[in-house]
Design a protein around this ligand. Structure first.
Ligand code: AMP
Length: 369
């Protein structure tokens, strides 16, 4: 294991494996470019090691150049503008091979290729040592791929973490020391989150935190927090973020040994989702998925009225309060679907049916994470 700045990394891909893949890759490049005099363009900083190894193995004459993509914020918007610097050669009519250390989302390569195409070269080929198929979002074909990797953060062989690690000849991955599974169980009031969480926490050995339960516990014990929360809960409104976030952080900290959490009833606002992100990042973890139970509104009202007969919960007894809770969910909380969709972490699950049936739908999602 190695330490770079504040993070720990574990060995991931050996130098030998990297060299073998470069050997294979250069066989293809040599084959394709027989008789050509290509210009190899390494994209700095990360590609310097990869570029050296490729160029050393090229059979014929070639030229070598290095460029940088610099980023700056546009003036009118916060949109990032990328500029290509350092290319002195006239590349019109030439065969160009772009050498990248890693292709991730493809944003850099897209801009780079666009800029090179403007210069009217004969042909552009792209070679990358590492490639993240899950992260890649572009149409541009990558001609030569060394090693495909999952969406992980790696350092070494030219790649850095905040400036360090480029000189390592093996590649290391960020140590996910806790391998935590953190689920946000989502859905309107009455969707069955609590019931399902009880089953899932045992099945996956996770700690269940229900913010609603913690509030009710505090109300029962007449704590300061309980008194404050009660005024909101009785009306079916959300307790203010500041109070809820503080409480949730304390609950997480109380369970520092947990292998993961099921967050039930949290986050309910975007500010809470942000706070959860920061909290988990401090543990080198993240939200694994938001699994959302989708249930028709009228079914929810009937379920909650039924539950109110035995739960003793004032907010389950009054149909107006119930309808307000559902309204609050759609108005303030449902936007979180979009928040986690953007991160490819949203999974909707049909919440209508028998408890075991719904558990098995949820498990299918969790097992595939
Ligand atoms: P629940 O048991 O999840 O339906 O929550 C019951 C009530 O507790 C909600 O109607 C809110 O008033 C309050 N509450 C629970 N979780 C949160 C949260 N994350 N943010 C704000 N209020 C919450």
């Amino acid at each position: 294991m190695i330490q770079l700045h504040d993070l720990q990394f574990t060995p991931y891909i050996s130098e030998e494996k990297i060299m073998n893949s470069i050997e294979e890759l250069t066989v293809k490049i040599n084959d394709d470019l027989k008789g050509e005099k290509p210009l190899f363009i390494g994209v700095l900083n990360g590609s310097f090691m990869f570029a050296t190894e490729i160029i050393k193995r090229f059979d014929g004459d070639c030229e070598v150049s290095f460029i940088k993509m610099s980023s700056y914020e546009g003036t009118a918007t916060t949109e990032e503008v990328k500029e290509l610097i350092g290319l002195k050669e006239d590349i019109a009519g030439r065969t160009v091979v772009v050498l990248e250390d890693i292709v991730d989302t493809g944003n850099t390569i897209e801009v780079l290729i666009e800029k090179l195409q403007e210069k009217k070269c004969k042909e552009i080929k792209i070679a990358t040592l590492f490639y993240k198929p899950e992260a890649y979002k572009k149409e541009i074909k990558i001609d030569y791929i060394g090693i495909s990797i999952p969406n992980r953060f790696i350092v070494g062989f030219g790649l850095d973490y905040d400036g360090l690690g480029r000189n390592l000849t093996d590649v290391y991955q960020l140590k996910s020391d806790n391998n935590m599974t953190n689920l946000v169980l989502f859905g309107p009031p009455g969707a069955g989150k609590g019931t399902q969480a009880e089953v899932l926490k045992d099945k996956y050995n996770l700690k269940h935190i229900s913010t609603g339960d913690v509030f009710r516990y505090n109300i029962k014990n007449a704590t300061e927090l309980g008194t404050l929360a009660k005024s909101y809960i009785d009306k079916g409104q959300l307790v203010p973020d500041e109070v809820t976030i503080k409480m949730l952080s304390e609950e997480v900290d109380k369970n520092s040994e947990a292998k993961g959490f099921i967050f039930d009833g949290f986050p309910r606002t975007e500010a809470q989702a942000q706070a959860l992100k920061v909290l988990l990042e401090s543990k080198k973890a993240s939200v694994s998925a938001m699994v959302a139970l989708e249930v028709d509104d009228e079914v929810l009202v009937q379920r909650l009225l039924e539950r109110g007969k035995t739960s003793g919960r004032a907010d389950d007894a009054d149909e107006n309060v119930i309808r307000n809770r559902i309204k609050v969910y759609y108005k303030e909380t449902a936007i979180l679907k979009e928040y986690y969709e953007k991160e490819d972490k949203y999974f909707g699950v049909d919440g209508f049916g028998e408890v075991p049936e719904i558990t098995s739908r949820l498990s299918k999602v969790i097992d595939n994470l």
